[in-house]
Design a protein around this ligand. Structure first.
Ligand SMILES: [Zn+2]
Length: 287
């Protein structure tokens, strides 16, 4: 048993997400159920989140409605399933700045926020380019960038430039630049020895990004929605697999419905999945 507990907490879902957004080149393949979730990590003296979901009551909610997201549940309800209050959260590691990963920041007033410097710079650049570049803005709520500025004034923003090992003990941040977004990063939870987890952000949406249609003869198929390069997405996926010794289950994609089958899980009263990836010693199971 390591010193970190990790749960994936679903907070909304899209029952009608286009498969082509998840798998590059999957044209005319219809829609799929896509969970929306964030990750809670409890470790000695710290309560961390990897991404924070969105706020249904601002422009992020409008983006969500436009892509069929339903069942949004506020963080105080979602986190209460694990006995955590939003104000208890001390660190937030943002994989990237799409609305469904960053838009809930306002619910966590005490947390220090970690984001790649390149992610913030690239969104500022895209916004400055004007409406002809708006295809690159897909998934961004500009108010979230404003919120980062506010958090910065409050001394709660850490802009990470490349690798940041032990952001918390055993929690490492690694860049995956020019992939899903310009400044994406992923999170490694190192529980000692070979016991490592990769929290992939949207560099990996589902295990099919690692295997294609045939897991017995795997082929990388990068996500369809990407501002960066397909090659960089595949290289980042390969890097993640190397970190976990090719054990795909140790890569945790928050939009992957199958997580609930791979790990102990239960469904909350609101119909949302609570997935328990690992437990620290002395931590009680929430499933
Ligand atoms: Zn995204």
């Amino acid at each position: 048993m390591g010193t970190h507990s990790v749960w994936v907490l679903e907070y909304a879902r899209s029952p009608v997400h286009p498969v082509s957004g998840v798998l590059y080149g999957a044209h005319n393949k219809g829609t799929m159920n896509l969970p929306f979730a964030y990750i809670l990590i409890k470790t000695a003296g710290a309560v961390a989140l990897v991404d924070v979901g969105h706020d249904a009551n601002d422009f992020g909610g409008e983006i969500a409605n436009s892509i069929g997201v339903t069942g949004w549940t506020p963080p105080e309800v979602v986190l209460s399933e694990c006995g955590v209050r939003p104000e208890d959260v001390t660190q937030i590691f943002l994989t990237h700045a799409h609305f469904d990963h960053i838009g809930g920041l306002k619910f966590f007033p005490n947390a220090t926020i970690y984001l790649q410097k390149k992610e913030l710079e690239s969104w500022m650049w895209i916004l400055a380019k004007g409406p002809r570049f708006r295809s690159l803005q897909a998934g961004l709520n500009p108010a979230d960038i404003l919120y980062l500025t506010q958090a910065n004034i409050e001394g709660r923003l850490e802009l990470v430039d490349g690798d940041r090992e032990n952001a918390l003990p055993g929690i490492h941040l690694y860049p995956a630049h020019d992939t899903h977004t310009a400044g994406s990063q992923y999170v490694v939870v190192d529980r000692g020895g070979a016991d490592k987890l990769v929290l992939s952000g949207d560099v990996i949406y589902t295990y099919q990004n690692l295997t294609g249609d045939d897991p017995s003869n795997p082929c990388f198929v990068p996500p369809g929605l990407a501002n960066g390069s397909q090659t960089k997405l595949i290289e980042a996926a390969d890097e993640m697999l190397a970190i976990v010794g090719n054990d795909e289950r140790r890569i945790i994609p928050v939009h992957e419905e199958k997580l609930a089958e791979l790990y102990p899980s239960r469904v909350s009263d609101r119909g949302l999945q609570i997935i328990e990836v690992c437990l620290a010693e002395n931590e009680v199971s929430r499933v």
